[in-house]
Design a protein around this ligand. Structure first.
Ligand code: ZN
Length: 281
């Protein structure tokens, strides 16, 4: 989440981070390392990110809320294992991220942190993690010694580009800028920019009619929510708000819209969510 410091070649970032881990004495499990760069403006700085990606060591992820990714990582990597987070001091020290990191450390993971040195007095982090660096120091120290190091090139997991809003994934760099321009992604951005109070089963909130891709993405979301609400394990909050007749009406209206505007016949989605309804379309 931190920009690469000025004057540092993006091509050496992978090896720099690897060396910092090794010199801190942290042994990699299975001798494997995976590095992911997160951000919302990966594509505005296309030259830098293309270089980062082209080394084959660093995955790119569009999005800033990466806590879920940490939890996914911990699901597939049992402790002891080491995780290094590079982010601003403010973000590392507060909220859900701070408690996620504390929980992971309690479970036996080693947590290493790096953050930019700030001019003012930074509030201390709520607990002291295994090791902390200033981001600039980490990068410049490693730069000095990098050429003499015996680095393994085959210890990196295969890198990918990823959109955390759409769960879109590819191994081709150019697919990310292309994806970020799609209407499907635009819908995800809109969806994520809204607060939790929005009723996504109210068609007025879906802004239908923008394009076929937008409408399809919105419809996909709508029916996923519907199947959660009326599925085998509904959220208790949803049960309080249940208004089945209204929801069926909205679902039918949405299907009619897709059929009339784009010729899409998706009637099976209705009977998938409501098994007691017979298919009519
Ligand atoms: Zn996306």
């Amino acid at each position: 989440m931190c920009p690469i410091p000025d004057g540092v070649d993006p091509c050496v970032m992978g090896t720099t981070i690897q060396k910092a881990l090794e010199s801190a004495g942290h042994v990699r499990r299975y001798d494997q390392i995976s590095i992911t760069a997160f951000g919302n403006n990966l594509i505005q700085k296309k030259d830098v990110t293309r270089k980062l990606y082209s080394t084959g060591k660093i995955s790119l992820m569009h999005g800033t809320e990466y806590q879920t990714q940490l939890l996914i990582w911990s699901e597939r990597t049992r402790p002891p294992a080491t995780m290094m987070i590079i982010d601003s001091h403010e973000r590392l020290g507060v909220g859900w991220l701070a408690s996620t990191l504390s929980n992971l450390e309690d479970k036996g993971y080693t947590i290493l942190l790096a953050y930019p040195q700030c001019d003012g007095i930074a509030k201390p982090l709520p607990r002291s993690f295994s090791k902390q660096w200033y981001w600039q120091d980490l990068v410049s120290d490693e730069q000095k010694t990098i050429t003499s190091l015996d680095l393994k090139e085959d210890c990196y997991e295969r890198n990918i580009v990823f959109c955390s809003l759409c769960y879109f994934e590819s191994q081709t760099f150019e697919d990310l800028p292309t994806h970020l321009k799609t209407e499907g992604h635009a819908y995800s951005e809109y969806n994520h920019s809204c607060d939790d109070s929005v009723d996504w089963l109210n068609l007025a909130n879906l802004h239908l009619g923008r394009s076929e891709e937008w409408d399809l993405r919105a419809a996909q979301d709508f029916f996923i929510r519907l199947s959660f609400k009326y599925g085998n394990n509904p959220d208790p909050v949803d049960l309080i708000n249940q208004n089945k007749e209204l929801d069926i009406l909205a679902a039918r209206k949405l299907l009619t819209h897709l059929r009339e505007k784009y010729g899409l016949k998706l009637g099976h989605l209705l009977t998938y969510c409501f098994e007691d309804l017979s298919e009519e379309e």
